[in-house]
Design a protein around this ligand. Structure first.
Ligand SMILES: NC(=O)c1ccc[n+]([C@@H]2O[C@H](COP(=O)([O-])OP(=O)(O)OC[C@H]3O[C@@H](n4cnc5c(N)ncnc54)[C@H](O)[C@@H]3O)[C@@H](O)[C@H]2O)c1
Length: 272
């Protein structure tokens, strides 16, 4: 049974900055008690204070979500809150990155595994039994378009995020009968602390966004939070097992770019 909206308890990992910060604020604005986990204590307290100042509710759990002790403290915070309705496994990072796969090390692969996939297993494993017991829950994972499209410099990051999407699909099939839905988003080109617009442009001419993003702009954290809020909500009650691209159309274009001289589209290297 769907919970009383006022009583919804939502966990957001990496919930202080970037996409996670927007998700925390968005869920709190619609009445959820947000259990906000983040590794950055100052940023977490700042976001929690903003939520409280706007009349919302947030409690922080500071720590690396990869660590078992952090998982235990998030689980304890959910127990104290009395239920757990929404779990947003948002943490993920393409760093530590190497110049190429040949240059990467097994230590880097291990950290990419921990940051992109292992914590998703750990926290889901910790909170799922409560959701099943309640007969209600919505899990939303944060994958990436690179789970579906090649990214030459980050094959290991792409592999673990493809794992997030595969985990999403299979777990959804297993938990649907218990009232637990599992979905994911696949962002591209988000203007966040991890990938600020200036860094993505790297001096690329302004005004040419339409040549690489069909919707002709980069994404802002709220663009992704809106889709997470939808997937977590009762409006998405018949959707499970899917990864929804939130990418301004880049996957649909998939290698096709508007020519810099605006004379149509090309899938070949193109100079103005
Ligand atoms: N930025 C993009 O364009 C983009 C594209 C595709 C996918 N994604 C995915 O979206 C998610 C969020 O990305 P973002 O750009 O908002 O990231 P970000 O680095 O801007 O913000 C991440 C947040 O998580 C926190 N955090 C980082 N490591 C943590 C850890 N180990 N434990 C707890 N908290 C931790 C950070 O302090 C920060 O508040 C990630 O899973 C990322 O892979 C982002």
């Amino acid at each position: 049974m769907a919970p009383d909206r006022k009583a919804r308890v939502s966990v957001v990992t990496g919930g202080a900055l970037g996409i996670g910060g927007a998700i925390s604020r968005r869920l709190a604005a619609s009445g959820d008690l947000v259990i906000l986990n983040d590794i950055d204590p100052e940023a977490a307290e700042r976001t929690a204070a903003e939520i409280t100042a706007s009349g919302g509710q947030a409690v922080t759990v500071i720590g690396d979500v990869v660590e078992d002790s952090t998982i235990a403290r998030i689980t304890e915070a959910a127990r104290e809150a009395g239920r757990i309705d929404v779990l947003v496994n948002n943490v993920g990072d393409f760093r530590p990155a190497a110049k190429s796969f040949q240059d990467s090390t097994s230590d880097q692969w291990q950290r990419l595994y921990e940051l992109n996939l292992l914590h998703v297993f750990k926290l889901t494993h910790a909170l799922l039994p409560t959701m099943i017991e309640q007969g209600y829950g919505s899990i939303v994972n944060n994958s990436t378009v690179e789970a579906f499209r090649g990214i030459p410099q980050h094959p290991v990051y792409a592999a673990f995020n493809a794992g997030v999407s595969a985990f999403t699909r299979s777990l959804a099939v297993a938990t649907g009968r218990h009232g637990v839905r599992v979905n994911a988003i696949a962002p591209d080109l988000a203007n966040t602390e991890q990938t600020p617009v200036e860094w993505m442009r790297r001096g690329y001419d302004e005004g040419l966004e339409h040549t690489w993003v069909p919707l002709a702009r980069f994404g802002e954290p709220d663009d992704y939070a809106a889709v997470v809020a939808f997937l977590a909500s009762e409006d998405a009650r018949f959707i499970t097992g899917h990864t929804i691209p939130v990418d301004g159309g880049t996957l649909a274009a998939s290698g096709w770019f508007v020519r810099a001289d605006d004379q149509g589209w090309t899938n070949r290297p193109h100079r103005a």
